[in-house]
Design a protein around this ligand. Structure first.
Ligand code: AGP
Length: 611
């Protein structure tokens, strides 16, 4: 979603801001803008559309000199993506400029209040309310930090704000609630950003701004205050991300690069958690009594993360013998889950910043559950607020469509399943060892699948004109079908849906006509025959069947499919890790054939920080 970048230093700000905005493009946006403060005057440029258009308008920064500035990419919430709704927004009277991520929930009331005080508005955004509220308090107190603190106290909802004030031309101010902001400490200049991707080129020393804190950045330093404007001391963290992770490294898209990175990412995520053929999760420090006493597991997440949860549900029940349910976070937060202190809620999130998952986590804690999170972004809200956090070591995932985050989340659910199953005596020694043996072979088997890209190019060349595609599967293959359909929806814009294969004849089969493409996901040995029967039912009604199965399933599946993809055999628990790869590659090449903007699909954002 929206991105923020800020700079206060010895160089011209706009080229640095543009560079940061390009790095934040992956978050998803529909307009962009920059503002600088120079010689006591604010100047800004903003436009609907891409950063490259903004770059052209300001001639790479040459038309907007100044050493203190803010940049923003906006993903429209309040008001359409237009030039006037783009950020930065300037206060009535023109003294203060603001960029904002999040949603100010009481903006209508505040706007009415400010209109009553004579403020005029030129946009439909909630952000203009924020900047005018700060201006209102600035008029009253005559002191910008007090004005920011007073305005922050009146705003409800979530916000990360970057603020410039004409009267303090060397200062950049920032504050936040629930929307992330990081501060980068550089040599000869300091930075502000909504995520580290925007500033990692300049510094690896960052502070995370906490809810309610206010930061002041200048060329010479960074000072942080609490909401009462008392100075506080923070310790910078060192970011160890590989800078090349935010570059395409010769690939046409981040998506294909990230698909290819999956074997390594899985190996990196698993290896620190396995010793002598056993899962070690000592890093969590979960007491054994707690593990033994868990009576119910909820797995909560959104989109792809929630589909990891669907696969995990089957595995927890089958191998750890614990009742488990996967619920999308946006539903969980408003349902009435039956929770007590023996309920474990597993929150899965790549970004650790998804608004619905954060709300679900807080609701679970309020009701007395323990929360274990599976998160990729170190120090994110979900990681910090959960009782136990397990990190996926996937590195930054730039493409909006999740691939390597999915794969690394999935393997952590296997490790958790085994950990609980072994401690509770729910799994035999033989079965445990056979899963562990296969886990060690997983990266190699995954690599053997992703190296065959030609197959998917070919399949896409046959099927890319289809406008409706159905995915069917049972059990873990149903979980895979959900993910396969979502991938295709988001990047190729093809209408695709996933059904539990047995459900087809209860309604959806009415949609099958001559030529409909049905992707039958049939990797789970025990149920391959059943899924195949359902695929045959669609074929008898004119459907073309593309199947995904294992090498040992090929005999049953081959005869009834128009085309078939096979993945290596592995232990049943791990099948989703191999089965997902053809679905990702298929979606990628379908989108490529259709000329879609794969890394930044329309209307989508990488971190969904609003409800
Ligand atoms: C995945 O391809 C999607 N872009 C989306 O469903 C994503 O998984 C979802 O928004 C959850 O994000 P999170 O993992 O950062 O919480």
């Amino acid at each position: 979603m929206c991105g923020i970048v800020g700079y206060a230093g010895g160089e011209d700000a706009v080229p640095i801001l543009l560079d940061g905005l390009y790095k934040l493009e992956y978050r998803g946006y529909d307009s962009a803008g920059v503002a600088v403060c120079r010689d006591g005057h604010l100047r800004l440029a903003k436009t609907k559309g891409y950063v490259r258009e903004l770059d052209r308008i300001v001639d790479g920064g040459r038309l907007l000199p100044g050493a203190v500035g803010l940049g923003h990419t906006r993903w429209a919430t309040h008001g359409r993506p237009t030039d006037s709704n783009a950020h930065p927004h300037i206060s009535h009277g023109g003294k203060i400029a603001v960029v904002h991520n999040g949603i100010i929930e009481n903006y209508a009331k505040l706007r009415e209040y400010l209109v009553g005080k004579g403020f005029e508005f030129g946009s439909e955004t909630d952000t203009e309310v924020a900047v005018n509220l700060i201006q209102h308090y600035y008029n009253k107190h005559g002191e910008i930090l007090r004005a920011v603190a007073s305005a922050a106290r009146r705003m409800e909802g979530s916000y990360a704000l970057g603020i410039l004030c004409e009267d303090c031309p060397d200062m950049l101010i920032a504050t936040r609630r629930e929307s992330p902001l990081v501060l980068g400490v550089g040599d000869g200049g300091n930075f502000l950003a909504s995520d580290v991707a925007a500033l990692i080129k300049y510094t690896r020393d960052v502070y995370t701004l906490e809810d309610g804190e206010i930061a002041v950045l200048s060329e010479s330093g960074v000072t942080v205050y609490n909401g009462d404007l008392e100075m506080i001391t923070k310790t910078p963290e060192r970011v160890d991300w590989d800078i090349s992770a935010a570059e395409k490294g010769g690939f046409e898209h981040f998506m294909i690069k990230e698909i290819m990175e999956q074997p390594d990412a899985v190996a990196k995520t698993v290896s620190p958690r396995v010793a002598d053929g056993r899962v070690t999760l000592d890093e969590l420090g979960i007491p054994d009594e707690y593990v033994m006493g868990v009576t119910k597991i909820y797995i909560v997440g959104c989109g792809t993360a929630s589909y990891v949860g669907v696969a995990a549900k089957y595995n927890f029940e089958k191998y750890a013998k614990i009742p488990a349910e996967s619920v999308v976070a946006s539903e969980f937060r408003y349902s009435s889950p039956m929770i007590d202190e023996h309920t474990l809620v597993i929150c899965i999130s790549q970004s650790g910043a998804t608004a619905d998952t954060i709300a679900a986590m807080r609701e679970a804690k309020r009701l007395g559950a323990k929360v274990l999170s599976i998160v990729n972004v170190v120090g994110s809200v979900i990681a910090r607020e959960s009782d136990w956090a397990l990190y996926t070591w996937a590195g930054p995932e730039i493409c909006v469509a999740s691939t390597k985050a999915y794969s690394t989340q999935l393997v952590l659910t296997y490790l958790l399943t085994l950990y609980f199953a072994e401690k509770r005596g729910a799994i035999s020694a033989g079965e445990y060892e056979s899963v562990m043996r296969e886990i060690s072979l997983l990266p190699e088997k995954m690599a053997s699948v992703v190296k065959d890209r030609e197959t998917y190019q070919y399949l896409a060349s046959i099927y890319f004109n289809n406008e409706d595609i159905f995915f069917i599967g049972r059990n873990i293959d149903y979980a895979l079908s959900l993910e396969g359909a979502l991938k295709l929806n988001e990047i190729s814009y093809i209408h695709s849906e996933a059904y539990a294969a047995g459900e087809l004849k209860h309604g959806p089969i009415a949609l099958v006509t001559e030529g409909t493409l049905v992707v039958a996901v049939a990797t789970y040995g025990k149920l391959i025959g059943k899924t195949v029967s359902n695929a045959v039912e669609t074929r008898s009604r004119g459907a073309r069947v593309l199947s995904v199965t294992t090498q040992s399933g090929a005999d049953i599946v081959g005869g009834v499919s128009d085309r078939m993809i096979t993945v290596p055999d592995t232990h049943d628990m791990l099948l989703p890790s191999l089965g997902v790869l053809p679905l990702q590659l298929f979606a990628y090449y379908m989108a490529l054939m259709r000329g879609c903007p794969i890394d930044k699909p329309r209307n989508l954002a990488k971190s969904v920080t609003v409800e």
